[in-house]
Design a protein around this ligand. Structure first.
Ligand code: ADP
Ligand code: ZN
Length: 219
């Protein structure tokens, strides 16, 4: 992807979106914009906004569209994304968010939307085993822990299970995904922006697949 390319990553919870987007943002040197990470940072700061966001997140509910759209719009107006492009992770998640994104990016439209596709039984297994660094958001798993205890290999932060990775919240998030977010796959297909990439298998192999797909799309 050349500097300036604008990409959206769709995919179910537990599809490995976060990890893959982090890798792609390093490979292509473009900002990684994760709404989940931005919200978790606000929760950690303990702002009024963060406290409100936490209620929705812990319940597995989406934040109201107007609120999250405002957060994303503000971020996309910054110079780095205008100059270098971005990988948008966790947004849009509803048709109304997709429509707003199209309006926000009317002068610099999206280049590509990728659906990182992973079977349901695999995502359920991954979500239950998932552990994350509270400081930098790096992903681990029960069977793939950090090297030293439960402290992050990258930043030394504490590695824990996310508050919204409980069985109830996971179920709620997957239901919302099917109802609200999955229809966006067709929505972007109709607009000729969609490529589907198989997200099942070895993470390094998935990264290689993604890079090949993006390189092909930019030709
Ligand atoms: P996951 O993909 O595992 O659900 P994320 O880290 O992407 O996790 O998001 C965590 C939570 O943040 C969501 O469950 C939701 O409450 C909130 N959130 C993130 N992105 C959005 C969005 N685009 N619209 C509404 N809520 C969002
Ligand atoms: Zn960390």
């Amino acid at each position: 992807m050349i500097p300036g390319a604008r990409l959206v990553m769709l995919g179910r919870q537990g599809a490995g979106k976060g990890t893959q987007c982090t890798r792609l943002s390093r490979h292509f040197v473009v900002p990684h914009i994760s709404t989940g990470d931005m919200l978790r940072a606000a929760v950690k700061e303990g702002t009024a906004f963060g406290r409100k966001a936490k209620e929705y997140m812990d319940a597995g509910e989406l934040l109201p569209d107007d609120i999250i759209i405002g957060v994303v719009e503000e971020r996309l107006l910054k110079d780095d994304t205008r100059n270098r492009g971005y990988i948008l992770d966790g947004f849009p998640r509803t048709e109304s968010q997709a429509e707003s994104l199209a309006a926000i990016t009317a002068d610099l439209p999206l280049d590509l939307v990728i659906d990182l596709a992973v079977p349901t039984d695999v995502v359920l297994e991954r979500l239950a085993a998932r552990r994350v660094c509270v400081d930098c958001g790096a992903n681990y798993a029960v069977h793939a822990p950090p090297k030293h205890g439960w402290t992050c290999d990258h930043c030394g932060g504490e590695v824990i299970q996310r508050a919204d990775d409980t069985e109830d919240a996971i179920k709620r998030r997957l239901d919302i995904y099917e109802a609200e977010t999955a229809p966006l796959i067709e929505w972007y297909e109709e607009r000729d922006l969609l490529m589907v990439v198989d997200g099942d298998g070895d993470p390094d192999e998935v990264t290689a697949r993604l890079i090949r797909t993006i390189d092909t799309a930019r030709r």
